[in-house]
Each structure stands twice: as C-alpha cells, then as structure tokens.
Unconditional design. Structure first.
Length: 214
C-alpha cells in the first residue's frame, strides 16, 4: 500500500514538473482560468513546414476581433489576451499587415527544413518572487513582456527582460523563468515546437545556480 501511494505521489510530482509553469501550467486554457496569476494556453495552431530563411514572431494589437481578422496573413492567429486583441504572425522580418499597432517583432526563430511545427501561444502573470520548474522545450520559446521584469536562467547564464522588451531561447537548454523585482510580470509567449514531440518536458539533471536577481 505504501509503495503504491509513493508511486502515485511521484507521478503527480512528475506531471506537475512537466507543465513548466504553475498555476495553470500553460496547458490549462485561458477560458478556464481560476485565478489572477499563472500561465495559460491562449491558442495552439499547426503551422506546418516553414519556409527557408529567417522567420520572426510579429505581434500586433487591434481595436476588436473583427478588425484583427480582417488583416490576417499566412500563419496568423488572432487571440484575446491580457485585456487586448492580438494578431500573432510567423513571417519574414519585413512582413506588415495593413492595420493594427505593432508591439514587437521577435526573432529570428530557429527552425529546420522538413519539420512540421506547431505555434503554441500563451499568457503568463507571475507575482514577484515566483518561478517555473526547470524544463526544456522541443522548439524555440519567445516572450514579449508587458509589465514587470523576467529573468531566464539556463546553463549559459541569465537573460533579463523588462517591460516593452522581448527575448527568445532556442530549442534544447534546460531553463527556469523567474519574476523578479517588485512588479507583477505580465507577458505573452510563443513556443514554436516540433509537432511530433511534446512541447515541454521536465528537466531533472540540471540545477539553477540562482543567478537571477531578487
């Protein structure tokens, strides 16, 4: 009995770690949000095989959903997130829609010929001092920070991103994200991952050194 209970606890811990960020875990749909903070799934779109050459994540905001949908292009996704209507598009650097307000262009996004990709869009609200579990992704992760300060730690060191800034990390390295400073971090994020693999996995071998500021 004790062995079965312990096994169940370990499975639960592993499942929680695999989600990367809690609460919400980035797998819970934003429509099922139960609190203010957490990471939630906004949209998941299979974008297929990607064209050769550098590609970027374009982020535009619009007055309403109808306006945004009227200006979509190939590999565009319209979402409502963090109180705004967004159009997310994966395209070349010089791509421009006919309308909307450009918020950021993030990239280039590393990708490989012949792979089929899924664009997974999320939103995150983290109180100061909170952080994710250690995890990896089967593709590039990119962020645009609307408020607060985000710190990413990998084996290569740390990257600090402030409100109005963006960043990305390519597929592969283990990572931990932290909300640092005194303001709640609010960000939108993309994981552009290999559709044949899980988008995220727990990492048990690498331990962060705690390099992020408090």
């Amino acid at each position: 009995m004790r062995t079965r209970m312990l096994s169940g606890i370990l499975i639960l811990m592993a499942s929680t770690a695999a989600l990367g960020q809690v609460p919400g875990g980035c797998d819970t749909k934003v429509s099922d949000r139960t609190g203010v903070s957490g990471c939630y799934l906004v949209a998941s779109e299979q974008v297929g095989s990607l064209p050769a050459g550098p590609l970027f994540w374009h982020l535009y905001t619009y007055r309403n959903l109808l306006d945004a949908k009227a200006h979509t292009g190939p590999r565009s996704t319209v979402v409502e997130s963090l109180g705004q209507v967004w159009m997310y598009t994966i395209a070349e650097r010089d791509w421009r829609p006919a309308g909307g307000k450009r918020m950021a262009v993030v990239g280039p996004l590393p990708h490989e010929a012949g792979k089929v990709y899924t664009a997974r869009y999320m939103e995150a609200v983290f109180m100061p001092g909170t952080h994710t579990s250690v995890h990896t992704h089967s593709g590039t992760e990119a962020w645009y920070v609307l408020a607060g300060v985000q710190c990413l730690e990998t084996p290569d060191g740390i990257t600090v991103v402030r409100a109005g800034e963006s960043s990305l990390v390519p597929e592969g390295p283990p990572m931990m994200l932290s909300s640092v400073g005194t303001e709640t971090r609010r960000s939108v994020l993309l994981v552009l991952h290999d559709s044949s693999k899980p988008w995220t996995m727990p990492e048990m071998q690498w331990k962060p050194k705690g390099l992020c500021p408090k």
